[in-house]
Design a protein around this ligand. Structure first.
Ligand SMILES: Nc1ncnc2c1ncn2[C@@H]1O[C@H](COP(=O)(O)OP(=O)(O)OP(=O)(O)O)[C@@H](O)[C@H]1O
Length: 378
């Protein structure tokens, strides 16, 4: 539906850019040449740390920022193409937008906040009064604010105001919704429940949306697909589970979730099974997607929940190591153990609280071969 091709954006003039980077193109752009496609009905997330270029990408799609090069098309419609000299104005793109500061109109009622975007449409597109009332009622119903229709917008809770901002963007039935950290002004609890609300709305209305966030938990919960961005580039695009279980790069492995990292060298390859040597011993990884060559250096990423702790050795199973519990942390529904395996290396485990081993005691653990993630060492 939406296609972004070779998109680059620099906020500097070519001369200034050259002076700052000495012609090094990799550091020259806020967005350094990205490609992705979004399908209808999909919630697609741009995820990455502050300054990685998410907002610049979103604003370029919105038409609020003019990209330096590349193209953006929506179906057959070209929105931006530097070669063809096309740059459609933001208000001609017809997208719904919700930003971090969800500026609802404070002097208007809930009803008026939602009806206003329809009332200011050009005469030819503007629905008649009865139709406006019908559409506003429909949207208020969806965002569950029907009972608050005549209330001043400022007399709503934070979560309700956020839903109102969404309703205001929805009422014109945009082909695409652009959401830039829309939940970040809410407190932690509300933010969490709003994730599910937003996801429900998106699914019920079959909305196509691009969602920008630096919060990986939010991205994993809400998205159909995630593009992980780093320094103006996309490191990986995939479904949440793929991004979590099969990170393609060191950056993605480090950015998403908590992980144990071990440097290793490949010593044998059998199909998608890879045997590696670490300073602490050998490990086998299975189901490896990008099989590295024998002899190459790799990074192993092992999630704490994949570290299966026991007090007695199991024996006869692959990837069994032992160590001493250095620290233990009770997290309510889980217990984390930090296990000292020697050589200054510690492995974090996450267990059910009914297995809780005090510091100082020796333990054994295994990691199933399909839970050993092999990432190219860059
Ligand atoms: N108007 C601007 N003028 C100059 N540089 C800018 C401008 N806007 C953004 N940048 C720079 O472009 C880069 C990408 O910024 P961008 O806002 O797109 O990142 P982001 O991933 O959305 O970060 P955040 O989560 O902090 O908003 C940053 O280095 C930023 O400093």
């Amino acid at each position: 539906m939406l296609t972004v091709s070779s998109l680059k954006k620099s906020y500097e003039s070519p001369a200034k850019r050259k002076k700052r980077t000495g012609g090094d193109d990799t550091r020259a752009y806020a967005v350094g040449g990205i490609d992705f496609e979004i399908q209808e009905g999909e919630l697609f997330t741009l995820l990455g740390p502050s300054g990685c270029g998410k907002t610049t990408t979103l604003r370029s799609i919105a038409g609020l920022e003019k990209p330096t090069t590349g193209s953006i098309t929506l179906g057959e419609r070209v929105l931006f193409d530097d070669k063809k000299g096309i740059n459609l104005r933001a208000n001609m793109r017809g997208f719904g937008m919700v930003f971090q500061s969800y500026a609802i109109w404070p002097h208007m009622t809930v009803f008026k906040n939602v009806s206003f975007p329809l009332e200011v449409l050009p005469r030819a597109q503007r629905p008649d009064r009865a139709e406006i009332e019908r559409r506003v009622a429909e949207v208020l119903d969806v965002i569950e604010l029907g009972a608050y229709s005549s209330r001043p917008a400022t007399k709503l809770s934070g979560g309700q105001q956020q839903r109102l901002a969404l309703g205001r963007a929805l009422v014109t039935r945009p082909e695409l919704m652009l959401l830039d950290e829309p939940l970040s002004n809410l407190d932690a609890k509300l933010r969490e429940s709003m994730r599910f609300e937003l996801k429900r709305l998106q699914r019920e209305l079959n909305l196509t949306a691009i969602y920008v966030t630096h919060d990986q938990a939010e991205a994993l919960v809400m998205s159909n697909r995630i593009a992980v961005m780093n320094q103006g580039r996309i490191e990986q695009i995939g479904k949440p589970r793929e991004i979590y279980t099969k990170p393609a790069t060191r950056f993605v492995a480090e950015f998403i979730g908590t992980s144990n990292f071990l440097d290793a060298k490949v010593v044998a390859v059998r199909g998608d099974e890879v045997e590696v040597e670490t300073a602490q011993g050998r490990l086998t990884a299975r189901g490896v997607e990008r099989v590295p060559a024998v002899g190459s250096a790799v990074l192993l990423s092992i999630r704490p929940e994949s570290v299966d702790l026991t007090r007695e050795p199991r024996g006869g199973v692959p990837n069994e190591w032992s160590g001493t519990v250095a620290t233990r942390a009770f997290l309510g529904d889980t217990v984390d153990h930090i296990i000292d395996v020697g050589g200054g290396v510690e492995i974090r485990n996450r267990s059910n609280p009914n297995l809780s081993v005090p510091p100082g005691e020796s333990v054994h653990f295994t990691v199933a071969p399909d839970k050993v993630i092999v990432v190219p060492a860059d």
